[in-house]
Write a protein that binds this ligand. Structure first.
Ligand SMILES: Nc1ncnc2c1ncn2[C@@H]1O[C@H](COP(=O)(O)OP(=O)(O)O)[C@@H](O)[C@H]1O
Ligand SMILES: [Mg+2]
Length: 251
């Protein structure tokens, strides 16, 4: 493995007496797509919350490019180069598509030099438009966000994450609630994004994951039970057993 972008050692998280994630040790190489799968309640979102600074781990260490970021404040993660989207759509519904991205750009590239204010605003607008172009929403920039189709709202969230120009993008169920057509569009976007950055995604659509991912991690009851190539995971008897009878399994 080349030097990992992100490495975790024995990270775990408890909620009271309940262990949501138990002592996971693994590392992620740059410029690969890794899917994290597992039944509901397996600890996938908790894992993402630890990797993006939303939650502090109860145990273990997180390193990004070799640097210990375990106790770092959440707002600093974006500046390190780690951005994420959430399982539940998370946009400002009454702002325009462009404003949604510009607000994020403003929060990220905060500048207080009033003499540069006008130039800085233009730059933020341009950054927002560049991110919208990447996700295919340039033509919808003036529309109110709540009037976008569901799939476009998910793409908008990715544009919001992209304004920080992250090296590592964490996407929690980017195709949740999408039909086959919207899913195809999202897969095409993810393939494009994956050419230039490292992507970790939580997903349920097995066919999509098998085609898109370089590697798959399987969580079950907070434990990492399998880790390998799509072929390896498909053939793994424990993974098959965990997914047996699950309607979000190998369908
Ligand atoms: N903030 C929390 N407080 C208490 N329990 C939580 C919290 N977040 C998650 N859990 C529990 O941890 C387990 C793993 O949750 P989660 O990581 O959301 O699973 P997944 O994303 O794989 O469906 C679940 O049993 C869930 O109820
Ligand atoms: Mg989840």
């Amino acid at each position: 493995m080349s030097a990992p972008l992100l490495a975790v050692e024995n990270i775990g998280r408890r909620f009271g007496g309940f262990v949501a994630l138990e002592s996971v040790t693994t590392a992620f190489e740059p410029n690969k797509v890794t899917a994290i799968i597992g039944p509901n309640g397996a600890g996938k979102s908790t894992f993402f919350n630890l990797l993006s600074g939303v939650l502090a781990p109860s145990t273990g260490v997180i390193r990004f490019k070799g640097r210990d970021i375990t106790r770092m404040a959440q707002h600093r993660f974006a500046h390190l180069g780690i951005a994420r989207s959430y399982q539940i759509t998370n946009i400002f519904p009454d702002l325009s598509v462009h404003e949604n991205v510009r607000v994020a750009a403003q929060a990220f590239h905060a500048r207080y030099d009033i003499w540069r204010a006008r130039a800085a605003l233009t730059e933020l607008d341009e950054r927002a438009d560049a991110a919208l172009a990447v996700v295919g929403l340039a033509s919808r920039r003036a529309d109110t966000a709540k009037f976008l189709a569901h799939g476009q709202q998910r793409a908008l969230e990715i544009a919001i994450a992209l304004v920080a120009e992250p090296e590592l993008l964490l996407l929690d169920e980017p195709t949740a609630g999408m039909g086959p057509e919207e899913t195809k569009g999202m897969v095409a976007l993810l393939e494009k994004l994956a050419r230039e950055r490292t992507i970790l995604l939580v997903e349920h659509k097995m066919k999509m994951i098998l085609g898109l991912s370089d590697r798959i991690l399987v969580l079950h009851h907070g434990r990492l039970i399998a880790d390998g190539s799509p072929q390896h995971i498909q053939a793994d008897p424990e993974v098959r057993r965990v997914y047996l009878g699950q309607n979000d399994g190998y369908a």
